[in-house]
Design a protein around this ligand. Structure first.
Ligand code: ZN
Ligand code: ZN
Length: 259
């Protein structure tokens, strides 16, 4: 299947950590020539973060998407979505939100919750370092193994449509500072995770926001995209835009996959 470059399946409004209203997002997407967007704000979490939606706003969020659909539905397809955080100990909280019914659910791992709190994976460098040292005693293999294990567990629930920024654990890995993506152990983790996505009928997001980060590549890396394609995992594009200007960012730079 060729990539649909007019569909952007990942973006944030001011309901979580984006800047614009849902209506502004819809208007801007139409101007950019997008034909489908998924509004995928960060789900509410049962503990404070700087990025998640407040639980009390969830109903308003759904209503605003519904309104945008009524107003702009002739010009664009708007999917009501969420970027779900997979945290095993908060499974019931997550499921309750999922059960409200959504058009599309991305699943991402942004943090790891232990008895000592919430430790970021894809936050700032100092936050990554803290997780690396305090949770994993500077063992990068243990860190990566745990990270990909969470994604496999998420896939196995059968709750999700799309895996978001699959290898975001590489966010601070420019110049192989922490690990070598070509190492056999890392490739095996990724392979097993892709197999879990395939086994559960999930799609894989090509997240173009990674191009703005220091390592300068999509999430996931091109070799992972090719491997996913060889497993017949459907690929979708996501800008992870937090401002309307970034919707559809770099979509034309992503090469077509052989198919
Ligand atoms: Zn994310
Ligand atoms: Zn996002």
């Amino acid at each position: 299947m060729p990539l649909d470059r007019c569909a952007d399946y990942h973006m944030h409004s001011a309901y979580s950590d984006g800047t614009a209203s849902v209506d502004e997002i819809a208007q801007s997407a139409i101007q950019k020539g997008l034909t489908t967007i998924a509004v995928t704000d960060h789900m509410p979490l049962p503990f404070p973060t700087r990025y998640a939606m407040e639980r009390e706003l969830l109903e308003d969020y759904r209503r605003e998407i519904e309104t945008a659909r009524r107003v702009h539905g002739r010009n664009i397809t708007i999917l009501a979505g969420l970027e779900i955080e997979y945290i095993p100990r908060h499974r019931h909280w997550i499921k309750e939100i999922i059960d409200q019914g959504w058009d599309i659910l991305l699943v991402s791992v942004h943090g790891i919750v232990t008895d000592r709190g919430h430790f970021m994976v894809n936050g700032r460098k100092d936050e990554f370092e803290r997780t690396f040292k305090e949770v994993f005693q500077s063992d990068i293999r243990a860190f990566c193994s745990h990270y990909y294990q969470l994604i496999r567990e998420a896939a196995a629930t059968g709750w999700f449509d799309v895996a978001g920024h699959l290898d975001v654990i590489k966010k601070h890995n420019q110049n192989n500072r922490y690990f070598d993506e070509t190492a056999a152990w890392y490739r095996k983790l990724v392979r097993e995770t892709l197999e879990a996505l395939a086994a559960n009928g999930m799609k894989l997001e090509i997240n173009t926001n990674g191009i703005n980060h220091r390592h300068g590549a999509t999430y996931p890396s091109p070799w992972i995209i090719r491997e996913a394609d060889s497993l017949a995992i459907p690929l979708v594009l996501g800008s992870d835009a937090h401002t309307p200007e970034r919707q559809g960012q770099y979509f034309n730079k992503i090469p077509d996959i052989s198919g």
